[in-house]
Design a protein around this ligand. Structure first.
Ligand code: GLY
Ligand code: MN
Ligand code: MN
Length: 435
């Protein structure tokens, strides 16, 4: 279906859901800001602007200070902030594919925007322009309706799935360029630029701060620096792009020809594990079960390669895989890279508890058709996590010499984006980035 049709269907779904949310939480209208920029303390500089995600869920319009007014049974009103300005560029609206979905009005100033919004009765407000919203008599960011809407955000419409897949297409181009630069001897900074050039965007337009880690830095999970040294043995590249406000989140680990072949064999083993975990994705499956499966697969790999002397069930039960793999298997993905509702048990805001033995999971939901999740198992050599095991009752289970020899290679993470379907999972990444 053409994009316009996909979007209009998405908007109709959203409006029907907003009506349910309003009636369940006792409101008659919903007002959502695209947001105001964050200004650094004691400064006149703003942080890069990031649209309020609830606004993005209804409307792809970018930029601050726009406002949506949603009322059951009425076409959504979009008040577009459109000042005349010679300091900053204000792009004309043009004829975007989504415009037909809205009753669109333009306002040349903030006062004019909020005049158009008016003072709707029994209205909930979502956003950070709280002084304006309070003055309009709106109830500010009520937790009840926010939770209800967050729950709805975890079920992606075909339009949203299209956007996320397009974001993986672009990120795949960036990953291919980043890997090529690495294999030609580039530095982390140069690889970062190669990724952005292929994606064709500015840094703040990426889905998140890129992780470009050579050698031991691969063991810092969210390493965001970019060093200028060249000639690494390994590259862990965790980068995503955006499409119409939706994110992708992809990781590849690449050994250079100079890499220790024992580490390269671990990368190959992780790739095999990763594809098996992806193939195990099913609807109606507690995410904690998949996470547990990923620990069992890792335990098998560590045993096979002589790093750990324990059978997989025993290794996981004793927590011996945890220092090698301290994060969750994945998270929901959508407008936010770590998308909302990964821990919700229902639209009322109740929380799904983590499974026993895995207390810090970002995702504790049961998979449902329409969820988009990342699958990102890891294997790292993190000195601070391994250190206690060098002295405790399990120390003889580890091959410390091998661990020390492989540690300068950092770590391995491989990450794809998966749609949960009625019958299994659809990998949104592999077809665009096969390895
Ligand atoms: N890019 C951060 C993550 O994979 O969660
Ligand atoms: Mn991720
Ligand atoms: Mn990632």
């Amino acid at each position: 279906m053409p994009l316009k049709g996909l979007f209009l269907d998405h908007l109709a779904t959203r409006m029907a859901y907003a009506e349910k949310a309003l009636s369940a939480t006792g409101f008659d209208a919903l007002v959502i800001s695209s947001g105001q920029p964050f200004t650094y303390f004691a400064d006149d500089q703003d942080a890069p602007f990031n649209t309020v995600p609830h606004f993005r869920h209804y409307c792809p319009l970018t930029g601050p200070h726009h406002v949506l007014v949603l009322k059951p049974g009425a076409k959504p009103m979009l008040v577009r902030y459109a000042p005349e300005d010679f300091w900053y560029e204000q792009l004309p609206l043009g004829s975007p594919f989504w415009a037909e979905g809205f009753d669109l009005v333009e306002a040349p100033s903030l006062d004019a925007v909020w005049e158009k919004v008016g003072q709707p009765k029994r209205a909930a407000y979502i956003g950070n322009e709280t002084d304006r919203a309070a003055a309009a008599g709106l109830e500010l960011n009520p937790a009840s309706i926010t939770a209800f809407l967050d729950w709805g955000r975890s079920y992606k419409t075909p339009y949203e799935i299209h956007c996320i897949e397009e974001a993986t297409v672009t990120a795949a181009l960036g990953h291919a360029a980043g890997r090529k630069a690495f294999l030609a001897g580039a530095s982390e900074l140069e690889i970062h630029y190669a990724f952005m050039e292929a994606v064709g965007c500015l840094e703040f337009e990426l889905a998140f701060a890129s992780i470009v880690a050579q050698n031991e830095k691969g063991a810092t999970l969210h390493y965001e620096n970019k060093r200028s040294f060249r000639g690494g043995n390994t590259l862990l590249l965790d980068c995503g792009a955006r499409h119409l406000g939706y994110a992708s989140d992809i990781t590849r680990t690449t050994p250079a020809p100079s890499c220790d072949p024992r580490f390269k064999a671990l990368v190959d083993g992780m790739e095999k594990n990763m594809l098996e975990i992806c193939a195990a994705v099913r609807p109606h499956m507690p995410f904690g079960e998949l996470h547990h499966f990923s620990h069992l697969k890792l335990a098998g790999l560590l045993k096979e390669h002589g790093l750990l002397d324990a059978d997989p069930e025993e290794a996981v039960a004793l927590g011996l895989t945890r220092p090698f793999y301290p994060h969750g298997l994945g998270h929901h993905l959508g407008i936010q890279v770590h998308d909302v509702a990964g821990k919700l048990a229902g639209p009322d805001g109740s929380i799904a508890p983590p499974p026993a033995g895995h207390p810090t999971l970002r995702t504790t939901r049961t998979t449902e058709p329409g969820h988009v999740i990342t699958i990102e198992p890891g294997l790292y050599f993190i000195p601070m996590l391994l250190r206690p095991f060098r002295e405790n009752e399990h120390k003889a289970r580890f091959d410390w010499k091998l661990i020390d020899e492989l540690s300068p290679n950092g770590g391995i993470r491989i990450e794809d984006d998966m749609l949960v379907t009625e019958t299994g999972g659809r990998n949104l990444t592999r077809k665009h980035l096969p390895n």
